[in-house]
Every structure is written in structure tokens, then in C-alpha cells.
Design a protein around this ligand. Structure first.
Ligand code: Z5A
Length: 219
């Protein structure tokens, strides 16, 4: 079991609140990296392996029997870390070892933002889990930042029933956003802040440009 954190230069994560536009941006980023001849693995959290996807369903869209039992904040945190421990070992590390780029739709920063900021759990506990169960940090994290009301209005425009976390109130999402922004300030070398109030094409262009600049700086 590792108790240290390794920052990997081919590991990229995208973060942001609801309706920030991660989906379009991630696809544009995948296409841009593949067009340059790279092996690219696209994945997501919670999830990314069959087991981790089952945990995702428990956390976000539990069946009626489990939904009737309130999930504690502590159990929620441990479930997302159980999924992540599996995801890192089954998918992310093997892909990085064979030379691929890994792009993850969310990673540990989401736990600091949602379980730390949103649920009020101690970030020192999250940091301990991160070191012991994960041991890996993205080399680059793009935070797609948009006003909570704007992001929620976009997400609500979809023809989909809100999941457990999407059903939270605005103040929860304000705390989530505040932690994301705070983390950018604490680690400016890893994060790039993307203005996600632009239209989808503008966000995707900004994401690809930020990754290009980062790749040029790394080479
Ligand atoms: N979670 C957690 O609590 N702890 C953890 O450790 C981790 C995750 C890893 C699942 O994430 C949930 O898990 C998430 C945090 C929690 N819960 N929340 N809330 P997810 O990434 O699967 O869910 P999400 O962030 O809620 O997805 P989302 O709302 O789909 O966000 P998105 O991927 O950034 O948005 P999108 O799918 O690209 O776009 C959403 C809609 O907005 C869609 O109709 C678009 O057409 C529209 N959209 C997007 N961008 C624009 C722009 N720029 N203009 C206009 N309309 C737009």
C-alpha cells in the first residue's frame, strides 16, 4: 500500500460542477490527442471498471431498496474511494504504463469538492485516503468553471431525472465550486481554469488550447 502521491504527466483530469460541459470538452480533447498519434484512454469517475460502475450506481442512482436508506456522508466518501482504488489499479495505471494518455472525467479533486466542500467532511481524511488508496495525481487538471445557477439551468434542460447528488440545493453546489476554485489557487502548476460560461465550442477550444500549451511546456 502506497502512502505517497505520484503526479503523472500523461494523466489529465477534467473537473467542474454540473452543466459545465465536460462531456463535449473531453471528446474534443480525445480527438485532438489522437490526431497527434497518441494512444488515448477516456474514462470517468465514479466508475471506469465494472465494479466501480456498480459503486457509481449505488452512490448516484440507487435502486428503490437502497434509496430508502439514507447514505451517510462518510459511506459516500468511502464508496467513491473504493471505486477509485479499483479504477486506478485496473485501468489508469496499466494504460499509463503502456504509454497511453489517460483522460478522466473527474478524479480525486471531486471528492475534495463534493464530499469535503459539499458534505463538510475533513479534507485531511480525504488527503489520507488519497495517499493510501490512490497514490496518483493528474499532471494536468482542467477546471471548467461556471456560475452555479448557469450550470444547473443547463443540466436541468436535459430530459433526465436528477440523481442523488444533483438533487442537492444550490448552497451545496456553491460550496463545491468554492473548493474547486480554492484548489486551483493551491496548486496552480497542475490546474488550468477554463471559463465554462462560453458556448460549448468555445469551452472545447479553450480546453484543447490549454492542453496544447501544457504539452509544449512539458516537451
Ligand atoms: N462525485 C462525487 O461526489 N465525488 C467524487 O469523488 C466523484 C464524483 C468522482 C457524477 O459526475 C457525480 O459524482 C457528480 C459528482 C459526483 N455529481 N454531480 N452533480 P458526472 O460527471 O457524471 O455528473 P455531472 O457533473 O453532474 O455531469 P453533467 O451535469 O453532465 O456535467 P457535464 O458533463 O460537465 O455537462 P455536459 O453533459 O457536457 O452538459 C450538460 C448539459 O448542459 C447538456 O445538455 C449540454 O448540452 C449543456 N451544456 C454543456 N455545456 C454548455 C454550454 N457551454 N452552453 C450551453 N449548454 C451547455
Amino acid at each position: 500500500m502506497t502512502a505517497s502521491l505520484l503526479r503523472h504527466p500523461r494523466f489529465v483530469s477534467l473537473e467542474g460542477g454540473e452543466g459545465a460541459g465536460k462531456t463535449t470538452a473531453i471528446n474534443a480533447l480525445r480527438d485532438a490527442l489522437r490526431a497527434r498519434g497518441n494512444d488515448v484512454v477516456l474514462t470517468r469517475e465514479p466508475g471506469g471498471t465494472p465494479l466501480a460502475e456498480r459503486i457509481r450506481a449505488l452512490v448516484l442512482k440507487p435502486d428503490a431498496e437502497i434509496a430508502a436508506e439514507p447514505l451517510s456522508a462518510e459511506a459516500e466518501l468511502l464508496l467513491v474511494f473504493a471505486a477509485r482504488a479499483q479504477h486506478v489499479r485496473q485501468v489508469i495505471q496499466p494504460a499509463l504504463r503502456r504509454g497511453a494518455y489517460v483522460i478522466s472525467d473527474r478524479f480525486t479533486d471531486s471528492s475534495y469538492a463534493y464530499q469535503g466542500g459539499g458534505r463538510g467532511l475533513d479534507p485531511a481524511w480525504i488527503a489520507d485516503l488519497e495517499r493510501r488508496a490512490v497514490g496518483l495525481l493528474p499532471g494536468l487538471t482542467l477546471l471548467l468553471d461556471v456560475d452555479v445557477a448557469v450550470g444547473r439551468a443547463r443540466a436541468n434542460g436535459r430530459d433526465m431525472w436528477p440523481d442523488r447528488i444533483e438533487s442537492e440545493q444550490d448552497d451545496f453546489f456553491q460550496r463545491v465550486r468554492a473548493v474547486f476554485r480554492q484548489r486551483v489557487g493551491e496548486d496552480p502548476g497542475r490546474f488550468r481554469l477554463i471559463d465554462a460560461s462560453q458556448d460549448q465550442a468555445g469551452v472545447a477550444t479553450a480546453v484543447v488550447a490549454a492542453v496544447d500549451a501544457w504539452l509544449a511546456q512539458e516537451s
